[in-house]
Ligand binder design. Sequence first.
Ligand code: IPD
Ligand code: CA
Ligand code: CA
Length: 261
Amino acid sequence: MTLDQFVQDLARDAGRIQNDAFHKPHTSRVKTGRGDIVTEVDEACEKLIIDRIRLHYPGYPILSEESGAIGVEEDRPVWVIDPLDGTRNYSMGIPSFCCSIGLVRQGVPEVGAIYDCVHDEMFFARRGSGAFLNGERITVAEWDSLEDAVVSVAWVRTKTKRQRFLGCIETLSRYTSYFRRFGSAALVASYVACGRIHAYMQGGLSPWDMAAAVLIVEEAGGCVTDLTGQPIDIRNPKIEVAMANPVLHDRLLRDVVSHMD
Ligand code: IPD
Ligand code: CA
Ligand code: CA
């Protein structure tokens, strides 16, 4: 089985677990705060993914949201996994969540799959080979203006981050009112990749939120950087992103980020 097939099958199989248990009662426990929960479905998906990687790619390091780092070494490619991205949505019956799996070499993703089981949508990319939705080539939207752009913005809820979030919204709202907030970072990025939304800015993300997402957006012709314009390094524990087509991305950095603080 090729690596491309392996990653997609794995994300799809995790999606099957999610689909089977969606709308049923869940057992959940709190992680860092009231809204930050993990369910038995996150854990079941993670177990499936880790077991299968160990079987087919023995010895490969793994970084997964619930289990943390397993044998991560500087110079080896790492599997970076978010078994269920959008757990809060999932636990409340909101059909906006996914499974995200990426293979990352020295902070740069090489292969990524994001699967939304509710809509049976598989977003996939391999570096240098383009991005795909259910096997069809996808590209970011051509919309190159902030005026009336459809934008997703989200930040974590600490005091300083809140100020950044409000600054971002305040500035963006001079140009557009089309804000969207989906509650699944990897899925939002996939929507940028296929042109459903024009731009996405978020802080407080983790490597597993962005490992596959960054690659899929880049391979769809998008530009993804942190808010200083630097490329995303998936090894960073906390990640801020701005993504859009290259022209709109430039405007995000020039006309929004510079007015945020
Ligand atoms: C969260 C979701 C959410 C984003 C948070 C993530 P989780 O992931 O992607 O949209 O705002 O930063 O932690 O916890 O559902 O995997
Ligand atoms: Ca996540
Ligand atoms: Ca998760």
